[in-house]
Design a binder for this molecule. Structure first.
Ligand SMILES: C=CC1=C(C)c2cc3[nH]c(cc4nc(cc5[nH]c(cc1n2)c(C)c5CCC(=O)O)C(CCC(=O)O)=C4C)c(C)c3C=C
Ligand code: FES
Ligand SMILES: [Fe+2]
Length: 427
């Protein structure tokens, strides 16, 4: 059992909390800043005080989700292939279940190999609880925070999440994407679905704002950096500084990249931020690195270089152009997803690490963020900053960047969704 210790830290992860402290000391105390009572949250307005004081402020963690059990694989894939914002297919309502059924045995095998299901719900609930514990301790004057999960392809799906919000009498909600970098195929799809479902099921007057991306947030960057430092520790000391860091992100079809999707650039910005942080860390590291792309599906062109090809190439060329033995070490770093899933536990661990080792490389993987206390601290800080901004006198529910559609977008829902969120989720 995992025991909670002070301020939401998990005892099993305390060993990494030294980095959390280093990051925390760089943060101004938002709690003190809020004590000046200039906050205009409804809790402070006399007329609304009684009616809103105990209503939860919902922090809704949006993500794709994953099948918790093997029988949940086919429904998960059916939902995924039915998503026209992710994969537009001809006659989608017929073709999606058919493709999903055909693909199910292969994907079931992968989930069976990682323990019979996706751990994403477990991690999302744990991260969300840790985050709201911090928020309720540090900024109770800005809300009575409660965390909810809204998945795009697995339970709890958006309608179930909305039902929970209504049951709890929520009137203020933050859609907090759990994809650090924005893509219209991930965060955009979740926001489009939220927009559609609220219009189908009724909004009950909930006021929505959106945290749409945070790939360069210093707490997130520090959380990834500490995972890399821990992975480097697994290598012999004299090989650490020359090991190649291979940042690996889920790829995107080139058709999506070429319509102006921001994801590829944003993943690269995360990698740049992590490399800068790593170089400035207590233990200086300026390892050679590359950003590579994994998990492409189907025959069309996808963003490359593929992770598996990069591993083969490193084995062929031997890393940096010196001291071959030192350079034959590789650290795989998942960079676009915050908890474990088949791409880390199956593709990276069971396929690529093995493949690299068969080719003579030493390959270690940086752990996914999962229950990282540094990451949970960062989630709370991201929400704190957002609450301060949105509840202030000139608060805006969405970022300007979110309001810009891809220049090649032809999906009307994207425009409707953005306009709707920009009015706090009202028509
Ligand atoms: C930031 C991460 C992801 C992006 C961007 C993304 C885009 C994207 N994905 C598909 C198609 C599939 N993805 C599948 C699984 C899957 N995708 C992501 C993340 C991103 N996808 C994850 C984490 C997972 C695994 C979920 C898990 O539980 O482990 C699948 C299903 C698996 C399979 O059939 O191979 C498909 C299909 C497209 C087309 C796309 C961009 C348009
Ligand atoms: S596809 Fe990017 S805004 Fe519509
Ligand atoms: Fe995907």
């Amino acid at each position: 059992m995992i025991q909670k210790v002070g301020r939401g830290l998990l005892r099993s992860e305390l060993k990494t909390s030294i980095h959390a402290r280093a990051y925390a000391t760089t943060r101004p105390s938002l709690h003190r800043a809020n004590e000046d009572k200039s906050c205009v949250h409804p809790c402070y307005s006399n007329t609304n005080k009684l009616s809103t004081l105990h209503r939860p402020t919902a922090i809704v963690l949006l993500n794709m989700g994953g099948p918790a059990t093997l029988p949940a694989v086919q429904p998960f894939l059916t939902n995924l292939f039915s998503d026209g914002d992710l994969i537009p297919l001809p006659l989608q309502s017929f073709s999606a279940p058919w493709i999903a059924k055909r693909r199910t045995p292969q994907i079931e095998k992968q989930y069976a190999a990682i323990g019979g299901g996706s751990p994403i719900l477990k991690w999302s609930e744990q991260q969300g609880q840790g985050m709201v514990d911090l928020l309720n301790e540090e900024i109770p004057e800005l809300g009575n925070f409660r965390s909810y999960v809204g998945f795009r392809y697995a339970d709890p799906l958006t309608p179930e999440m909305l039902g929970r919000l209504k049951e709890d009498g929520v009137k203020r909600a933050v859609a907090f994407t759990q994809y650090p970098q924005y893509s219209c195929s991930t965060t955009g799809s979740s926001l489009n679905e939220l927009y559609r479902q609220v219009h189908k099921l009724g909004s009950e007057g909930i006021k929505w704002s959106v945290i749409d991306r945070w790939g360069m947030h210093e707490g997130f960057v520090e959380a990834v950096t500490s995972r890399i430092l821990a992975a480097l520790e697994q290598l012999p000391a004299h090989r650490r500084s020359k090991a190649t860091l291979l940042f690996s992100a889920h790829s995107l079809p080139m058709s999506v990249v070429n319509r102006g999707d921001p994801y590829v650039a944003e993943v690269a910005m995360t990698v740049g931020s992590v490399m800068r942080r790593l170089a400035n860390h207590e233990t200086p590291h300026a390892n050679p690195y590359r950003l590579v792309w994994q998990s492409q599906v189907g025959p069309s062109a996808w963003m490359g270089q593929q992770t598996s090809e990069a591993i083969k190439g490193l084995a062929r060329l031997g890393g940096i152009e010196e001291k071959r033995a030192a350079a034959d070490n590789v650290v795989l770093v998942p960079i676009a997803f915050t908890s474990d899933h088949i791409e880390t536990l199956y593709e990276l661990d069971l396929e690529y690490v093995k493949e690299g080792e068969e080719l003579g490389l030493t390959v270690v993987r940086a752990e996914s963020l999962n229950g990282s206390p540094i990451f949970i601290r960062a989630m709370a800080d991201i929400v704190k900053d957002h609450m301060k901004e949105t509840e202030g006198p000139n608060g805006q529910p969405v970022s300007q960047q979110m309001m810009l559609r891809c220049p090649g977008c032809t999906n009307d829902t994207c425009g409707q969704q953005k306009r709707w969120f920009s009015k706090w989720g009202s028509d």
